[in-house]
Design a binder for this molecule. Structure first.
Ligand code: UDP
Ligand code: MG
Length: 338
């Protein structure tokens, strides 16, 4: 650990040669105190070897195991590390969002802080991005996690997400990904949405690809997740589905049905009125009368529902400026970010 705490020489550190680093490596950290020193060294080695200017942005997501202090210490000692300390534990997606906001690089790389992703894969992601992609996603081909509780649910989830969103990736859940910074600049993430970034990016017209990456078993500590996350991920999938299909213009979906139903009701009603008033027939015992009334009332309800949904969407979008995390402090690297 001692070499980590020593300040790296400015000449040997490419993070210094360029005020705007080419690459920001973003890592959410929640109780990863043992992994941290190895992780940062491994990232620095991987990126330095590929001769690119970089910064590491570690986001401490309310750790309670000493990660926070270690991170602050490292960020003061190193010139290539910025520590963003959140006020409490907000979850991986929020931590990643905070990382995106505090990163200054042109390319953003995300990976887990537990050494399960291998920083040595970063140059491969970058090379792929250079081929003209906006997002390169890692695919843990030989994933080192429990088969029944992790691999199976994730296989099903990947299949579902691929079919629903139309972006077929083998491994949505892999945190190791590379993005062009402008792609995520105005994305509002919440819930478990970070894994859907490829789908959200695709809706925005991004070119997306996937490459196999290494994956290791957790060396220190334990996973922060259980089966409950799979369910939360599925619920988020519904959100994405509705976002893509309906929610952009809910009024168009519900409103059209409502309007059609209302018009049907009015036409039927006019026909019955004509029968009664024009031809003097009795209409009291006709099932058509019930249908006319039902259609008309259902139409009004559907239409109002569509209108409400539209208003809700507006409010939802406008409320997105609300941060999903709060930053306590930012330590390290001269460049101050918003
Ligand atoms: N993480 C986080 N906040 C949380 C849970 C996890 O920042 O509330 C981080 C964690 O420290 C790790 C990454 O997210 O860097 C992935 O977590 P984990 O390794 O537990 O997930 P798994 O690999 O089991 O899917
Ligand atoms: Mg992990």
């Amino acid at each position: 650990m001692s070499n980590l705490l020593s300040t790296r020489s400015q000449a040997s550190n490419p993070a210094f040669s360029n005020p705007t680093p080419q690459v920001s490596v973003i890592v959410p950290i929640y109780n990863e105190v043992q992994s941290l020193p190895h992780l940062i060294e491994a990232i620095a080695t991987a990126v330095t070897e590929s001769q690119i200017s970089y910064e590491i942005v570690c986001v401490d997501d309310g750790s309670s195991d000493g990660s926070t202090d270690l991170l602050k210490h490292l960020a003061q000692a190193r010139t290539d590390l910025r520590a963003v300390i959140l006020r409490r534990n907000y979850g991986q997606t929020a931590a990643m969002s905070a990382g995106f906001k505090h990163a200054t690089g042109k390319v953003l790389i995300t990976l887990d802080g537990d050494l399960q992703n291998d920083p040595a894969d970063i140059p491969h992601l970058l090379a792929r991005l250079d081929e003209g992609y906006d997002l390169v996603s890692g695919w843990r081909k030989a994933r080192q996690d429990a088969a029944l509780t992790r691999l199976l649910p994730s296989k099903i989830a990947n299949w579902l997400i691929g079919n629903v969103t139309g972006v077929k990736l083998h491994d949505y859940g892999c945190s190791l990904k590379a993005y062009r910074a402008e792609l995520v600049a105005d994305m509002n993430l919440y819930g478990e949405l970070h894994r859907f970034l490829p789908a959200l990016a695709f809706i925005e017209g991004a070119r997306i690809t996937e490459i196999p990456v290494r994956h290791h078993a957790r060396r220190f500590g334990q996973s922060k997740y259980g089966l409950g996350r799979t369910l939360r991920v599925l619920m988020d999938l519904f959100t994405i589905f509705f976002m893509k299909k309906f929610l952009t213009r809910p009024m168009h979906v519900f409103g059209t049905f409502g309007l059609a139903s209302m018009i049907g009701g009015v036409l039927l009603g006019s026909y019955l009125t004509f029968l009664k008033l024009g031809l003097g027939r009795s209409i009291g015992d006709r099932p058509l009368l019930i249908l006319a009334v039902v259609l008309f009332l259902a139409g009004i309800q559907l239409f109002s529902f569509g209108l409400l949904a539209e208003l809700l969407m507006r409010t939802y979008h406008e409320s997105q400026n609300r941060p999903i995390y709060r930053v306590r402090e930012v330590v390290g690297t001269e460049t101050e970010t918003v």
